[in-house]
Write a protein that binds this ligand. Structure first.
Ligand code: BJ8
Length: 430
């Protein structure tokens, strides 16, 4: 990485603490990502983007602001990226995936709160995240109680616009959510000084849909057996999709898919023989949280699909492109986002059905449920997911963890036991 210290200093980062963070990332990346064998060449772009995660991409955002654009930070897949793009903004996902300044965060937040929220505040307090420091506005949402109350605290440090997300999907909820989308439009127009017009919104819808289509194409290629891409590489791409330029990302994902199709047709896989195919389901895994997929894939199985916000939940639905005017487009955007099946909704039948569908479509041997400790929506909904999978006789493993590495040994033992069980259940395959 070039020397970006002057830029980081200008953004107000704590340079010593930030240098410390940057020292930890390369060895972790080496162990979890680069150590994999026979990776597609197209992954080089994503390796490069990751190597410049606090460098070149931040420089692009700084330049974007210098030329009059705004940067908007989000924490959740319910926040419509299209609206940010339509006011000439750059959208960056801010979910934090590493244990940073936990003690400092616990001065404001209870200890028994999920690692994702504590980490997010930790990054802010420790002044080590150039993304959050580049933002003109943060957009929160009333998903789980922890996040909702956290945004009130964060708002004391930096402006947060919180969208009210309903928890059901009835007509009254749809009306509320459509209004909330318009309330966000007003705030974005105020911050950016630009009005959203029909042409800009239509273009933004198309750009983000294209990104989703590319990610869906990649998801489709994960059905290949033997596999042409690992679950860890697919996760990395999904994580990068939250902060990279959407047009460039789409182009690179499509180029990678071209290569993967060639590999598939040429009989080239990442590892030859069949290995147990795992569906990972549950809480999101923000960069650099690769702990559980690394355990699974170094234990001889493959993460064939991720039913999470850093997986297919992020790009599964497209915005309907047929709307004739601005109001119609805003409704189409609102309706698309309301289809997301996060565990904060009740009832949440769609998620159970989708998990069953993925099990079938991706020829899944077992489901590993990844729950962050103290995450009420996902820890509680796990029971119904397990019940559903029991009906279909799909092996299920529930893992509750946080961002520390202390439980690596115990998690590995449990994952290996599951893989052994799956292998003995399907002796004909091995
Ligand atoms: S749409 S999954 S990104 S809310 S892990 S903070 S739920 S206590 S992250 Fe999420 Fe949006 Fe839903 Fe997706 Fe709360 Fe649970 Fe923590 Fe969570």
């Amino acid at each position: 990485m070039s020397d970006y210290h002057a830029m980081w200093e200008k953004l107000g980062l704590d340079l010593a603490a930030h240098d410390g963070l940057l020292e930890v990332l390369p060895p972790l990346y080496q162990d979890c990502i680069l150590s994999q064998e026979n990776r597609p060449e197209g992954m080089q772009y994503f390796d490069f983007v990751f190597s410049e995660v606090h460098g070149l991409r931040i420089k692009e955002l700084v330049d974007h602001r210098a030329s009059g654009g705004i940067v908007v930070g989000t924490f959740c897949t319910y926040v419509p990226e299209e609206l940010i793009l339509a006011v000439g903004g750059a959208c960056v996902g801010l979910c934090a995936g590493a244990q940073v300044a936990e003690e400092a965060a616990e001065q404001y937040l209870p200890r028994n709160l999920c690692a994702l929220i504590k980490s997010s505040l930790g990054f802010k307090l420790a002044k080590v995240c150039p993304y959050i420091e580049s933002c003109d506005l943060l957009v929160g949402e009333t998903t789980c109680d922890g996040k909702k109350k956290y945004y009130e605290i964060l708002n004391q440090l930096q402006p947060v616009h919180t969208m009210e997300l309903p928890q059901r999907k009835d007509e009254a909820d749809r009306r509320l959510w459509r209004e909330e989308v318009r309330r966000l439009v007003a705030r974005l127009e105020e911050i950016s000084g630009r009005k959203i017009d029909e042409a800009a919104l239509r273009d933004a819808i198309r750009v983000i849909n294209e990104k989703r289509k590319a990610l869906l194409r990649l998801a489709g290629l994960r059905k290949c057996d033997p596999p042409v891409i690992s679950g860890r590489d697919a996760l990395l791409i999904n994580q990068i999709a939250f902060y990279d330029d959407p047009v460039r990302l789409t182009e690179k994902v499509n180029a990678l898919c071209d290569e993967l199709e060639e590999r598939r047709d040429g009989g080239i896989s990442i590892g030859g023989a069949h290995r147990p195919r795992i569906l990972l389901s549950g809480c999101p895994m923000a960069i650099p949280n690769w702990k559980v997929p690394t355990i699974i894939e170094t234990s001889g199985a493959l993460v064939a699909m991720d039913e999470m916000c850093t997986g297919i939940r992020y790009f599964r639905h497209l915005v309907e492109e047929g709307a004739g005017d601005l109001e119609g487009m805003l409704d189409a955007i609102a309706d698309r986002y309301l289809k997301i099946d996060c565990a904060v909704f009740t009832p949440n039948r769609e998620r159970l059905d989708h998990i069953s569908e993925l099990v079938r479509d991706y020829d899944i041997d077992a489901v590993i449920y990844y729950a962050l400790q103290f995450c009420d929506p996902y820890t509680v909904e796990a029971f119904q997911v397990q019940q559903e999978l029991e009906k279909e006789r799909v092996p299920f493993l529930y893992l509750e963890t946080d961002y520390s590495s202390e439980d690596m040994g115990q998690l590995t033992t449990r994952v290996q036991a599951l893989i052994e069980m799956v292998e003995t259940q399907k002796p004909s395959v091995f």
